[in-house]
Design a protein around this ligand. Structure first.
Ligand code: ATP
Ligand code: MG
Length: 574
């Protein structure tokens, strides 16, 4: 590709709304342009990168045996009503509209309904199973806070696959196969990533793993073990029970704590660590009575875990001050678990404490030396809190530490949630209708482009791995207008490298200073740069720079094609 006939659209300025590096660089390097909030154009050079990401995904999905299909972006409401998600799917995310006949539609944020309907009509016999359909298609989610460029867009491209099975064993096999396929895809992209235990959210189902690209800019916090492969989304990581304390119970005392309501205030007033205190949170479900949750003062409630505690109908919300006053006869700052006439659920770490502090259910007072069995009755104990760094890893190996990640993939065992609701069955050997089991496997194609940049950049721009790079080599000619030989040599190297399937950008732009071309080549992130100028040619050499290391070498003119071909081919093989 000759730059003079291409669209090199680099910018000097960082756009004001671009908070993180991948967003800034994608715009500055001229890969994308904003159309509206969370909606982007992909310019020619950006599309080349996007298609490489798609290409790797498509190749690995095909070799896993999955079959590519294409489903519509526009989906009729009826299918979502059939699955029960028309009113249930994350409020606001679904962009709904009517056609000219007042028939309701939405823009697909995901495709479980459409694929289940398709499978229901196309699959008749268990002999057609297992089968895994996938597509690479545009999704629309009306995200509350679109940001970070392509990382959290409203319109984005996802690879989504859906597998169908006659039983759960077969589902587990394909789920594992997709786990391996995702691992291969992300390795080929040379990403530093981790599979992470995840919540199944509103897509439903049982087992689920997210694939996270590690990056400080990631929106998700992941709990890792310092010693093993254990990794879980923080909201999912289990907090184990610490050993029981053994100190002898002391005499219970009520103590005045005027003007102290928060844990910090009471802690500094009484000179007791927050880890020796218990906070009592009064919560309710949509149609359940109040429940008291007891958490250690220095810990945070994990609502997801609390929602799983029996008796609370999701979503869980905090009780109002008036409800707390009525139930506990105290304001929230003085609520405690002693003498409380509500079901009490205690976190494991709170349940092992002895001689702790909690509210007295008497405004302006707290209790000292509270002990579970002696002073509090009828509590159940479970895991209710977020893990913190230093907690023992739930697999018994090492300690928890946190890192941030960008979720680029998510695999689920859906079971029969959709197939049952939509009556998608096949006939078994005996001619009986069996509801199919399903798996679903998403991967963010456009998000991956941003995630790759988050891990591959320096102060001068993007540093693409060769497998993703829009071009493998950029050739810069110096003062071509003054020297016919420079142009001739550049054209020869360009032709010969192209014949070897090396993708080249020949920067032959007239009227651009060499410094501008150098800066552009670095911003664009092209792995190798060849500089051809009169001075080098006088010694029969050209200058070759490797983008990632910055290493610069003179290479003999006769060797340059072979050398660059070898380097690129080796990079592509990795
Ligand atoms: P997130 O938690 O980041 O909002 P999600 O869990 O809602 O994502 P899934 O429904 O699991 O997303 O979708 C599968 C994949 O699609 C995600 O793993 C992610 O890579 C990609 N994806 C989801 N939402 C977006 C978005 N707004 N912009 C770009 N990619 C997205
Ligand atoms: Mg997800």
């Amino acid at each position: 590709m000759k730059a003079s006939q291409y669209n090199i659209a680099t910018l000097k300025e960082v756009p004001a709304d671009a908070e993180i590096v991948s967003h800034q660089l994608l715009i500055r390097a001229g890969f994308i342009r904003k159309v509206a909030s969370g909606i982007y154009n992909w310019l020619p050079i950006g599309l080349r990168v996007l298609q490489k990401v798609e290409g790797i995904i498509r190749q690995e999905m095909n070799s896993s045996g999955a079959l590519e299909v294409m489903m519509p972006v526009v989906q009729p409401a009826e299918l979502w009503q059939e699955s029960g998600r028309w009113g249930e799917y994350d409020e606001g995310m679904l962009l709904k509209f009517n056609d000219r006949h007042q028939r309701a539609f939405c823009l697909g944020p995901t495709h479980e309904e459409v694929i289940t309907d398709l499978a229901k009509t196309e699959l008749k016999s268990h002999k057609q199973l297992p089968i895994n359909f996938y597509q690479i298609q545009t999704k629309f989610r009306d995200e509350t806070r679109p940001r970070f460029g392509v990382l959290r867009a409203r319109e984005f491209i996802m690879k989504d696959a859906y597998s169908f099975h006659v039983n759960d064993e077969s589902l587990e096999e394909t789920y594992q196969l997709m786990h391996d396929t995702y691992t291969r895809i992300l390795k080929r992209m040379q990403l530093n990533f981790r599979p992470v235990l995840a919540d199944t959210g509103n897509i439903g189902g049982s087992a689920s793993i997210e694939f996270h690209v590690l990056a400080d800019s990631g929106e998700d916090k992941i709990a890792f073990s310092t010693k093993s492969d254990y990794a879980a989304n923080v909201e999912m990581a289990e907090a184990l029970a610490p050993p029981e304390e053994t100190t002898e119970p002391k005499v219970l005392e009520e103590i005045a704590t005027p003007y102290a309501g928060t844990i910090e205030e009471v802690s500094s007033l009484l000179k007791v660590g927050a880890d020796r205190m218990i906070k009592t949170l009064i919560v309710k479900g949509t149609d359940t009575p109040l429940v008291a949750l007891a958490i250690r003062g220095d810990h945070q409630l994990n609502e997801l875990k609390a929602e799983k505690v029996s008796g609370i109908t999701v979503p869980l919300t905090m009780a109002t001050n008036a409800e707390i006053q009525a139930a506990c006869n105290a304001s929230p700052g003085s609520v405690g678990i002693v003498g409380l006439d509500l079901p009490i659920v205690a976190d494991r770490s709170a349940a092992v404490l002895r001689n702790f502090v909690c509210g007295a259910n008497n405004d302006g007072f707290h209790l000292l030396n509270v002990n579970w069995d002696r002073d509090v009755s009828h509590s159940i104990v479970c895991d209710l809190r977020d893990v913190v760094e230093g907690d023992p890893s739930p697999d018994g190996n090492g300690e928890i530490q946190f890192k941030r990640g960008i979720e680029v993939g998510h695999i689920f065992q859906l079971g029969n949630k959709y197939s049952k609701a939509m009556n998608a069955t096949v006939l078994d050997d005996n001619g009986n209708a069996v509801v199919m089991s399903m798996g679903c496997y998403g991967m963010g194609v456009t998000r991956l482009v941003g995630a790759i940049i988050e891990q591959n950049h320096d102060e001068n721009g993007i540093v693409w791995p060769a497998v993703i790079a829009p071009f493998h080599v950029v050739i810069i000619v110096i003062n071509a207008h003054k020297s016919k030989q420079v142009t001739k040599v550049a054209d020869e190297i360009y032709t010969q490298l192209s014949d070897n399937n090396i993708e080249i950008l020949l920067d032959d732009r007239d009227g651009y200073r060499p410094g501008v071309k150098f800066a552009d080549s670095e911003l664009l992130g092209i792995p190798y740069r060849i500089v051809i100028g009169e001075r080098g040619l006088a010694n029969d050499v050209v200058e070759v720079t490797e983008r990632r290391s910055g290493d610069i070498n003179d290479v003999a003119l006769d060797d340059v094609v072979e050398k660059l071909t070898g380097l690129v081919q080796q990079d592509l093989k990795q």
